[in-house]
Design a binder for this molecule. Structure first.
Ligand SMILES: [Zn+2]
Length: 95
């Protein structure tokens, strides 16, 4: 492993990865959940790998709901499914 790189754990596969390989979801003050492209938005956050597999699994098992203690509405789930469809199926393990 490299020295001290910022890493976070994916809520779906539970792997720790560099932040750049993860996508942050953030829960807003109103309880809505959004993709946080900057990774710095205020609010409770959860991370998913930038690969379809983890998103599909998270949506199927309501892992985002659990991690952020919310119930995702249908529109948000659809939005995340659309986002997932644009991601690579799997990230390369190492570079
Ligand atoms: Zn993952």
């Amino acid at each position: 492993m490299a020295k001290h790189q910022p890493s976070r754990r994916c809520i779906s596969c539970r792997e720790a990865r560099h932040k750049r390989d993860l996508i942050r979801l953030v829960r807003g003050a109103d309880g809505s959940v959004a993709i946080d492209p900057t990774g710095k938005a205020a609010g409770r956050g959860a991370y998913l790998c930038a690969q379809q597999h983890c998103w599909d699994r998270a949506l199927a098992h309501r892992l985002v709901d659990r991690a952020l203690k919310v119930a995702l509405d249908g529109a948000t789930r659809d939005q995340f499914a659309t986002h997932a469809a644009a991601l690579p199926k799997e990230l390369a393990e190492n570079e």
